[in-house]
Design a protein around this ligand. Structure first.
Ligand SMILES: Cc1ncc(COP(=O)(O)O)c(C=O)c1O
Length: 374
């Protein structure tokens, strides 16, 4: 028997977070694998970040009052119901940990953001994957999977990996069908990109129910993934409880300052969203034209599968793209084996991606110059 400290149950089930796909990318690669913003942050956010660097001797504002006020101004939500986090990752994790533990179940759809499983395992709870419908949360299946052990139901809307979404009425039906002591977590990381009139990110339920939380991020439309900034929105008692679990002084002052400036730059956000919507529609249409299956595209990415194409696979396509310095992400760890996800990049990156994926589908062999390149 080995000596030394023994990790709590569940920890061994967590995959270590340096994803295999991110190891040793070929130098000069085009990164289309992490749903970052290809147009970058607002220049005003970068300026604010630099200016705030002068304050680094001090602990930051642990309550994030300025940024909560800026979120209120931008999204019209109650600043008292906001909890800031080091990315939405931190506050999602804290929410699961605060409400689920040993002997409890955390339910999530099968095609989902894999960190939800990690949060459950880290809390000592059991992650349960519920069968979904067309890679979208299936409300009836979730309600049928609830047991007395269920403490948290978590899903992304729109969904990463699939890019599909649930209309407001369906989310409300889910809430209405869940016991009051079950926390419903709606991860709306990609809310700004959605074009559907019947979509609602979760603000209304977080405002009107005592047991629903919504998370948002600055990593996508605001282009601040490297700063790690996100927030949770819920009834005050929930915010109080989750706030006890997060780290103290969690969000650095320069990140808060950049976030405030990013929120104020509406023109930049509009540019980012317009660019994304234009390209995802074009990509979806052209990928379908190649015989690929596109699952949905409400986020800043398009996810496509190879079922309809004999002799072509997601794994081989991923390798083919990588050899040509285009990094996309295989969706098996997200519950969509056989699919790849490509982030909307800049115009020239999208043109290159389309050219290369067309070459792959049409079976174009590598040019002599390309042979042997890594
Ligand atoms: C659905 C979903 N939730 C949460 C996150 C994490 O975002 P953050 O950078 O705010 O931690 C991501 C990042 O890709 C995501 O796709």
């Amino acid at each position: 028997m080995s000596e030394g400290p023994i990790p709590r149950p569940g920890i061994a089930a967590i995959r270590s977070f340096t994803p295999d796909h991110a190891k040793d990318p070929p130098p000069g690669s085009i990164r289309l694998w992490a749903n970052e913003s290809s147009l970058g942050p607002s220049p005003k956010a970068i300026e604010a970040y630099h200016a705030a660097a002068a304050t680094m001797v001090r602990y930051p504002d642990g309550s994030g009052s300025a940024i909560r006020e800026a979120i209120h101004q931008r999204y019209g939500v109650d600043p008292k119901r906001i909890l800031m986090g080091v990315g939405s990752d931190e506050v999602l994790n804290a929410a699961v940990r605060a409400f689920a533990g040993f002997g409890d179940d955390v339910l999530a759809p099968t095609a989902t953001f894999p960190m939800y499983r990690t949060y459950a395992n880290a809390a000592g709870a059991r992650p349960i994957a519920v069968r979904d419908r067309a890679f979208t949360a299936d409300i009836d299946a979730i309600l049928a999977a609830v047991t007395p052990a269920t403490k948290v139901v978590i899903f992304a809307n729109p969904n990463n990996p699939s890019g599909t979404y649930l209309p407001r009425a369906e989310v409300e039906r889910l809430r209405a069908g869940l016991r009051a002591d079950i926390l419903l977590v709606i991860d709306a990381a990609y809310a700004e990109y959605v074009e559907q009139p019947d979509y609602e990110p979760g603000v209304l339920l977080a405002d009107t129910t005592p047991n629903t939380v919504m998370s948002r991020t600055f990593s996508k439309v605001h282009g601040l993934a490297g700063l790690r900034l996100g927030w949770l929105y819920a009834a005050a008692p929930i915010i109080d409880v989750v706030g006890r679990v997060r780290s103290s002084f969690n969000v650095p002052a320069p990140a808060q300052a950049a976030g405030v400036a990013a929120l104020a730059d509406r023109a930049h956000q509009e540019l980012v969203v317009a660019h994304c919507r234009r390209w995802r529609a074009t990509l979806a249409q052209r990928l379908r034209g190649l015989g690929l299956t596109v699952s949905g595209s409400e986020g800043n990415f398009v996810t496509f599968g190879f079922d309809g194409l004999a002799g072509r696979t997601a794994d081989a396509a991923e390798a083919y793209l990588r050899e040509r310095k285009l990094l996309v992400r295989g969706m098996a760890p997200f519950g969509m084996p056989g699919y790849l996800r490509v982030t909307i990049g800049q115009d020239d990156e999208m043109a290159t991606f389309m050219r290369v994926i067309e070459d792959y589908v049409h079976g174009v062999p590598p040019s002599p110059g390309e042979r042997g390149k890594g």
